[in-house]
Design a protein around this ligand. Structure first.
Ligand SMILES: [Ca+2]
Ligand SMILES: [Ca+2]
Ligand SMILES: [Ca+2]
Length: 763
């Protein structure tokens, strides 16, 4: 029996996870030539600005050599001109001039306080990597100011409230819980593991209804009155009875009849601080399962938070904390420590302690906060200063200043592999431009990787370029697992090479839409004809490019049209009627063959007929019926797995008028899971098949009904057979015609995906 995912796509992840703009040339101070200009000989080129990527909050230190090794040439720059920005805002930095010559050279370093993209930021689901930009530019530059302490201010309290946020995004949920009521609703789609079930369900042992979470509360002030537990749970169905224990002591016992259906529950309880250990603790969450909902009592854990009183002692020579007044922060193993006030992360201040005391338990810094309200503070020793995750030399590509009518957007991985297609289209007279997603991020989202940046670029190009892009080809696959929580990106190459936009489809949840990128006017309809080659390797790109070029230049043209229709006792001849209506508008010189399942009650026979029909090199293959991500009919009579049986040498345009065949963002495509290989969608598989399969595919990433598929198909084939347009244009025109007549909804416009080159012509 074939395996497939049906409407509800829930993907288990086995692994868990841990939690500007450059530009301007180098400024050489007085303009003389006394700069040292030491350029790294291993660099093929150097730049005068750097992209500094970080994934964790902390105090960062970058040395001259770090930049030199990254092929960034700021040698000899006037230190007063060094400028750092983040998301367009200048960031205060500390410049350490080791040899006191006011020039940037060996031994010198730069320090700044960096923050990862935080939870709660709408870009967090795509990336935690924040980008800081370093360059040299004359002007009044921001520097970290030093402020002195006073020993005469009032002594602060002996502890502060520390809030420990515990959340791991290990489980992707496609659906919106609860269902969205407006397009602006934002729902959590990443939970901490699979749903909680109730006890007593066969095969669902203890871990399905009782789970333990370890957390750490070092330097706990047990004399504090209480500690707290906050909890966010997401109901999937039923009503619930939950119990929560901290180190074995019951702190939550709630049978909640109002927390039902798909409601969210946020709890906030307190308990004696003595329940906590000065160190490791265990939180246990239990689904008691004794409500009337029984087996339908299903919910997710999103996060929990522990609030507790923390003494003024550092952990491993570092602490982020709060305070007011005179504070003595102890337990440092070195007297080489720094204390910062970080309430404004872009403009932190360095606090000079009153004194540093030495004791058997280590060093203690005595300092005062700079204002009469509670400050956010950060302290660390020299060895705890972090290095960035990456430093990259940056040179402005300046994609805004270009123009093109045929635009290729690709990952740098595929720039070479797509060049033959770019050249071929250029020879045909198109004005072609290939840009990388990296260039787009750099110039449209300050280096931060989001799908929105691609749309913003397309919007800019469409609205400003003298030659507007008419065709947009996205080259690279995508996944819902943007941050590679699963590790399948690392291990199997299932990555967001060109990321997907996820569109909310009522009742189903998130599905990819490429149409969204190309609708820059906001009226749902695309202003540009867009297509995608969902490649995971240069070989994938080459396979598709070879097929496109040979389809257009080398192969004898077929005129056969194959119409495949599903049949079931429930749906009856519904899908045949749709096929028949397509057959009725196909010109007489295109012979139509109808392949209807009703005629082949044996699935094996039906599959053999489908394979044989495709192998006879038709011009068009149109399928109407039920479907899954990977296959046709409810039984997956023909699926991604069957691509191996194709031997066709002419490459048809495949149109799938069914559910999900274009859902191209499964995170586990090609992954062997327990001996079973998960195939990509059949839409992708048709296009990527090397030397066979399809030249282009039109398929839906969502569900849909014949009542909408019929007007879309009528419009499409009327255009394909009667107008001299490309396939990309035909798809755009068909969407527009059917949508403007009110025959199809926004959902259909957004979620029908064109796989292939939108410039490809069928005949
Ligand atoms: Ca979460
Ligand atoms: Ca539009
Ligand atoms: Ca894919």
């Amino acid at each position: 029996m074939k395996r497939y995912l049906f409407l509800l796509i829930i993907i288990p992840f086995l692994t868990s996870c841990g939690a500007g703009g450059g530009g301007g040339g180098i400024v050489g101070g007085s303009g003389d030539n006394n700069t040292s200009n030491k350029t790294n000989p291993v660099c093929s080129s150097t730049s005068h600005s750097a992209k500094i990527k970080i994934k964790e909050d902390g105090l960062y230190k970058i040395t001259y050599l770090d930049l030199y090794n990254a092929c960034v040439d700021l040698s000899g720059a006037d230190l007063a001109t060094l400028k750092m920005t983040n998301q367009g805002e200048e960031i205060a930095i500390d410049v350490v001039d080791d040899n006191h010559n006011s020039r940037f050279d060996e031994g010198d370093s730069i320090e700044f306080y960096g923050k990862a993209i935080p939870r709660g930021d709408n870009r967090f689901r795509f990336t935690e990597t924040n980008v800081y930009w370093l360059s040299a530019e004359k002007g009044s530059r921001e520097r970290i100011k030093e402020i002195s302490s006073s020993s005469t201010v009032a002594q602060g309290p002996s502890s502060f409230l520390k809030v420990l946020h515990m959340e791991e995004d290990t489980w992707y949920e496609q659906k919106n819980y609860p269902e969205i009521t407006s397009a602006n609703d934002v729902r959590e789609h990443w939970f901490w593991g699979e749903v909680f079930y109730t006890p007593g369900i066969a095969g669902k042992e203890k871990g399905y209804y009782i789970r333990d979470y370890i957390f750490s509360t070092p330097n706990l002030d047990k004399t504090g009155p209480t500690a707290s537990l906050k909890l966010r749970l997401q109901s999937v169905s039923g009503s619930h009875h939950i119990k929560g224990y901290v180190n074995g002591k019951l702190v939550v016992d709630r049978s909640e009849q109002t927390w039902v259906g798909q409601e969210t529950l946020e709890l906030d309880v307190s308990y004696p601080a003595s329940y906590l250990n000065n160190g490791l603790n265990l939180f246990r969450l239990e689904s008691a399962g004794d409500t009337p909902s029984g087996i339908y009592e299903v919910f997710y854990l999103d996060w929990f938070e522990i609030g507790y009183d923390h003494t003024y002692q550092v952990e491993d020579d570092m602490l982020e904390f709060r305070g007011e007044g005179l504070i003595g922060l102890s337990n440092f193993t070195s007297n080489d420590m720094s204390v910062y006030e970080i309430s404004d992360p872009a403009n932190i201040k360095k606090i000079i302690p009153v004194k540093i005391e030495s004791a058997l338990s280590g060093y203690k810094a005595l300092f005062s906060t700079p204002q009469s309200a509670e400050s956010r503070l950060f302290a660390l020793t020299e060895t705890n200063k972090k290095s960035p995750f990456a430093i990259e030399a940056y040179t402005l590509a300046d994609i805004r200043s270009r123009d093109a009518d045929y635009l290729i957007i690709t990952s740098g991985d595929f720039s070479s592999a797509i060049t033959p297609l770019a050249d071929y289209r250029g020879d045909q007279g198109y004005k072609v431009l290939t840009v990388t997603v990296r260039d787009i991020y750099d110039e449209f989202s300050k280096g931060i990787e989001t799908p929105q940046a691609i749309k913003d670029f397309l919007s800019y190009a469409y609205n400003h370029w003298s030659t507007k892009p008419r065709f947009v080809l996205l080259v690279g696959d995508a996944t819902v697992d943007y941050k590679d929580v699963s590790g399948y990106g690392r291990d199997y190459g299932v990555k967001s090479y060109v990321p997907a936009y996820l569109y909310n489809y009522f009742g189903l949840g998130e599905v990819p839409s490429d149409n969204w990128f190309a609708d820059v006017s906001g009226d749902v309809l695309p202003e540009m004809n867009i297509g995608r080659i969902p490649a995971k390797s240069p070989a994938d790109v080459t396979a598709v490019v070879d097929k496109i070029i040979s389809h257009e230049t080398g192969l004898p043209k077929s005129n056969k049209v194959t119409l495949v229709s599903d049949y079931s006792t429930v749906s009856g001849t519904l899908f045949e009627t749709l096929s028949d209506s397509i057959a009725a508008i196909i010109p007489a010189d295109y012979p139509v063959s109808k392949l209807y399942q009703r005629v082949y009650p044996n699935p094996t026979d039906f599959r053999a007929e489908i394979i044989s029909a495709i192998n006879s090199d038709p011009l068009i293959v149109n399928y109407t019926g039920h479907g899954s991500v990977v296959g046709w009919t409810n039984e997956d009579v023909f699926s991604s797995e069957d691509m191996v049986y194709l031997t066709n040498k002419g490459y048809p345009f495949v149109v799938a008028l069914n559910c999900l065949n274009g859902y191209f963002v499964l995170p586990n495509e090609g992954v062997d899971q327990g001996g079973v290989k998960q195939y990509p969608s059949i839409g992708e598989t048709f296009l990527l098949a090397s030397g066979k399969g399809a030249v282009a595919v039109l398929a839906a990433s969502s569900i849909g009904y014949p009542s909408e598929h019929d007007p879309l198909a009528q419009a499409l084939y009327n255009i394909v057979f009667n107008q001299d347009v490309t396939l990309g244009e035909a798809v755009t025109m068909a969407k527009e015609a059917a949508y403007k007549k009110g025959k199809i909804t926004e959902d259909i416009v957004e979620t029908f995906i064109f796989f292939g080159d939108p410039v490809t012509k069928l005949k």
